[in-house]
Design a protein around this ligand. Structure first.
Ligand SMILES: [Zn+2]
Ligand SMILES: [Zn+2]
Length: 150
């Protein structure tokens, strides 16, 4: 199996794009478990790649299918596409905005495939968005509701 970095180099080559240092830095910064907001990405690359270049690289990567945009309400976060990590889904906290990557679930994937196929649909890809409260925010809410002093 080839590494994500090697795969990234191949994807650039195949699309006739050279492996510039800005592109390598952005890809490296995206190699995390957590999806990143544009500002977080810019922050991570502070002093290495300037903002305008980051925006350009992100636009190219989106076009090449290297990264995808996760729409979270009216905002979005960026993440490497499934071909560079494993396929997974996310749960977003409506209170603090935290996005949690959920572990792979083979049964769920088979169900989704089955549902699509039995409706005459061949899936190319899919996203599943779960919204709610993360453990931390959920606990905070419970605490407020059970205020002993109220
Ligand atoms: Zn939260
Ligand atoms: Zn899935």
């Amino acid at each position: 199996m080839i590494s994500p970095v090697e795969q990234f180099a191949i994807a650039l080559k195949q699309s006739n794009n050279s492996l510039t240092s800005a592109r390598r830095e952005v890809f490296g910064a995206m190699l995390t478990e957590e999806p990143l907001g544009m500002n977080e990405l810019v922050g991570k690359l502070d002093g290495k790649v300037n903002r305008a270049s980051i925006y350009r690289v992100v636009a190219l990567f989106e076009q090449l299918g290297i990264i995808i945009r996760l729409q979270i309400g009216w905002k979005y976060k960026l993440e490497l596409s499934d071909s560079f990590s494993y396929h997974h889904h996310h749960a977003t906290c409506l209170q603090c905005g935290q996005v949690v990557a959920l572990p792979e679930n083979e049964m769920l994937e088979q169900k989704i495939q089955f549902l699509a196929l039995t409706n005459g649909f061949v899936i190319q890809d899919h996203q599943l968005e779960i919204r709610g409260l993360c453990t931390k925010c959920h606990k905070a809410k419970d605490l407020l509701q059970n205020k002993p002093w109220s």
